[in-house]
Design a protein around this ligand. Structure first.
Ligand code: FDA
Length: 307
């Protein structure tokens, strides 16, 4: 019941100020955020790589309100790519970007976001890695998939994300499951209405499995973004049925969530990629993690009480 309330709060500036100012917030945020700067985050990436985990890196930020901020987002990714280059980890460190931080919601935002993100995708390709376009609320899906298609003309490895809670997603999966595509399937983390999305968790899970089946039976590269043990088990079974080898799909989980499971899957020989978010603009990302799971919220509340 609290999930939708927290998701609504994730877009409220007043709540942002209250939560951000609370002295207890930062230690809890640290559970989900690898650091505030690139320098703090690089050792985390190296230690993951040492333990056989791959990563996708997100410079926190979303919903920018002026073009200068969008340029700063672009530059932050370019700096990140420069910082990752000497580590020699390009093969296991890709980038995840939110187009709203590249200006997608501004007037002329579609073209602006494409113009701003293209140099990031190009710089990533130059060091031998890729970029995946995170998916945000449903009003952005057409624009994000169109930008994805345009980027793929020059950079075919560019990844897309689809959300099983949206009614449209099975159809999107059918279109995206083609050779050479990289598609991350998630359940969806935004507050969406009953006109566009399943509201019942069970329906979202069933839709996830239908989408997963389409991606597994297709000829692209499915990326399974979920911490759900049933989804992990179903993925393994569907991959077996589709005759996919272990390197023909991958699991993805968020930093700070089910770490034991991340290591278990990697030790079994699966490709396991951890989504690492870093930066100072953590509010929206953090609130979505609280909304996803009562235990995350309880963890936050306990730390309030135990101080
Ligand atoms: P869900 O929340 O449905 O929980 C199912 C079960 O998983 C639980 O019952 C429990 O067993 C287990 N579980 C879940 N969380 C746990 C925890 N913290 N500790 C222990 N067990 C836990 N969303 C979006 O809209 N756009 C995007 O671009 C992305 N990108 C993205 C990348 C990656 C790598 C991931 C993993 C997720 C996203 N998401 C996302 C978020 C996604 O949409 C979704 O909100 C969360 O992954 C939560 O859904 P799950 O499938 O993980 O489990």
């Amino acid at each position: 019941m609290l999930g939708p309330v927290i998701l609504a709060a994730s877009r409220s500036d007043a709540m942002r100020r209250i939560v951000s100012a609370a002295p207890v917030t930062k230690p809890v945020v640290k559970r989900f955020i690898a650091g505030e700067t690139v320098q703090e985050t690089l050792p985390v990436i190296e230690s993951m790589a040492d333990r056989g985990l791959e990563v996708t890196l997100d410079v926190l930020g979303e919903d920018v309100t002026d073009p200068a901020e969008a340029l700063r987002a672009r530059d932050a990714y370019l700096q990140l790519i420069e910082a990752v280059k000497p580590l020699g980890l390009a093969e296991c460190a890709e980038m995840s970007v939110k187009l709203s931080s590249f200006g997608q919601a501004l007037p002329g935002g579609h073209d602006l976001a494409l113009k701003n993100v293209a140099p990031v995708v190009e710089a990533a390709a130059e060091i031998g890695t890729t970029v995946t376009l995170d998916m945000e609320d449903h009003t952005t899906v057409d624009s994000t998939l169109a930008i994805h298609a345009e980027l793929r003309e020059r950079f075919p490895q560019t990844g897309a994300v689809v959300q099983s809670y949206l009614f449209r997603t099975e159809e999107d999966c059918r279109r995206l499951a083609a050779a050479g595509s990289r598609v991350r399937l998630v359940k969806g983390a935004y507050k969406e209405s009953a006109t566009v999305a399943y509201q019942d968790k069970h329906e979202v899970d069933k839709a996830y499995v239908r989408c997963l089946k389409i991606l597994m039976e297709g000829s692209g590269y499915p990326m399974i973004g979920s911490h759900d043990p049933r989804i992990v088990a179903i993925t393994q079974e569907l991959a077996r049925q589709a005759g996919r080898k272990l390197d023909e799909y991958e699991f993805q989980m968020l930093y700070g969530i089910r770490e034991g499971e991340q290591h278990r899957l990697a030790a079994e020989g699966h490709r396991m990629r951890v989504y690492i978010a870093y930066g100072t603009d953590w509010y929206g990302y953090f609130m979505r993690r609280l909304a996803e799971r009562p235990a995350n919220l309880a963890f936050f509340m306990r730390s309030l009480i135990s101080r």
